[in-house]
Design a binder for this molecule. Structure first.
Ligand code: FE
Length: 318
C-alpha cells in the first residue's frame, strides 16, 4: 500500500516538475504538499511541529518588522544527499536585481537549529525541491559556476510582523530577484492577517527593479498567487521572472499580524568576482551537522516499481 502511495505521489511530483519547466513557475496547494511530503518521509508529528517553528526566531539584522534565521545546505546529487553547510554571512547586490537600503551589505543571521533542520517535514521539503529543479535548464546568471556539480540552498525562516506602528513588508525592496537559479517559498502560518495580504506578483524581467508592487506595469505582470494555506508552495525560475509582494495587513489593527514562511534559495556556487565569493564555502557545518538522502531519478524509477508509468529504473527527468 505504501508503495502505491509513493508511486502516485512521484507521478504527481513529475507533473509539478513538467509544469515548472513549461511555465517557469509553479504553485502547489498545501493539501497536495502534505500528501507529497508524507510520501517523502514527513511524520504527522513533525508536520504539526513545523507550523510553530517560527515562534523561536531572532530579530532580523536589518529589517525592524521581521524575525529571521537562516542556514545553508548543499544539494549533492553525485552522493544523492543534502547536507548542512557551515554558516557564512549573506549578501545580495543590485547587480543581482536586488535594490534595497541594505543591498551589497553583508548580513549575519541567527542560525537555523535542529528544531527545523531535524524536522522530517522540512527534510521532505528539501527532497521535494530537489526533485522539481533537478536538471531544469534556466537562463544562466553571471559569475555562477555551472560546471560545479553542487548546488547551494540558503534557507530563510522568516516571520513578517505588522504592528500599529510599522507595516510588515515581505518584500520591502519592491520588484526584485533573489540572485539565485530556483526560489521556493512555503507558507507555514499566519495570525490576524487579512485575506488580501501578501500577494506575490510575478513580473517579466523588463519590469524595473525596486518598483512597488502596486506601481508596476500591468502588461509586464505574468501571474499572481497568494500563500494562504499551510504548506502552500511557489517555485520560480529566479533569473527569468522578477517578483514583488504586497504588505501584511492586520484584521484587528490594534493587534500585531504575523506571516511565517520558509524560503529556499538555490543556486550554483559562485565564481571569483561575485559578491558572495568570500561566503560560499562547501564545508559541512561541524556544530550543527545534518545529512539526508535525496530520492534520485534512477532510484525513483526503481521505487515506482513494475507496471508504473516510469518503471524499469531508466527514468530520466529531461
Ligand atoms: Fe524574493
Amino acid at each position: 500500500m505504501h508503495d502505491s502511495t509513493f508511486s502516485d505521489v512521484m507521478s504527481e511530483v513529475l507533473e509539478i516538475r513538467e509544469q515548472y519547466v513549461r511555465d517557469r513557475s509553479v504553485f502547489v496547494e498545501g493539501a497536495r504538499m502534505v500528501r507529497i511530503l508524507r510520501a517523502l518521509g514527513a511524520t504527522d508529528e513533525d508536520l504539526e511541529k513545523i507550523r510553530l517553528v517560527s515562534d523561536n526566531l531572532s530579530p532580523d539584522p536589518t529589517l525592524p518588522f521581521r524575525e529571521s534565521k537562516n542556514g545553508r545546505f548543499c544539494f549533492d546529487f553525485d552522493r544523492s544527499a543534502a547536507y548542512r553547510l557551515e554558516s557564512q554571512p549573506f549578501a545580495l547586490s543590485a547587480e543581482e536585481d536586488f535594490v534595497r537600503h541594505d543591498s551589497g551589505q553583508t548580513r549575519v543571521f541567527e542560525e537555523i537549529g535542529d528544531d527545523l533542520q531535524g524536522n522530517t517535514a522540512f527534510q521532505a521539503l528539501l527532497a521535494f525541491k530537489s526533485l522539481v529543479f533537478r536538471e531544469v535548464p534556466t537562463a544562466p546568471r553571471p559569475k555562477l559556476d555551472y560546471g560545479n556539480p553542487s548546488w547551494i540552498c540558503t534557507v530563510f525562516n522568516l516571520r513578517t510582523i505588522s504592528t500599529p506602528d510599522l507595516v510588515g513588508e515581505p518584500a520591502l525592496e519592491g520588484v526584485h530577484s533573489d540572485g539565485v537559479d530556483h526560489t521556493m517559498t512555503t507558507f507555514l502560518g499566519c495570525t490576524n492577517m487579512t485575506d488580501d495580504s501578501a500577494v506575490t506578483f510575478l513580473h517579466d524581467m523588463r519590469e524595473k527593479n525596486a518598483t512597488r508592487w502596486n506601481e508596476t506595469d500591468p502588461e509586464l505582470v505574468l501571474g499572481q498567487c497568494r500563500h494562504r494555506h499551510f504548506l502552500d508552495t511557489l517555485i520560480v525560475v529566479d533569473h527569468e521572472r522578477k517578483h514583488s509582494l504586497s504588505p501584511v495587513s492586520a484584521v484587528d489593527e490594534r493587534q500585531p499580524a504575523t506571516r511565517d514562511m520558509l524560503i529556499f534559495f538555490t543556486r550554483k556556487p559562485v565564481l571569483e568576482g561575485h559578491i558572495s565569493h568570500p561566503y560560499d564555502s562547501l564545508k559541512a557545518h561541524d556544530r550543527l551537522p545534518m545529512v539526508i538522502g535525496l530520492p534520485s531519478p534512477a532510484a525513483r524509477g526503481e521505487l515506482v516499481g513494475a507496471g508504473g508509468p516510469v518503471a524499469g529504473g531508466t527514468a530520466r527527468w529531461a
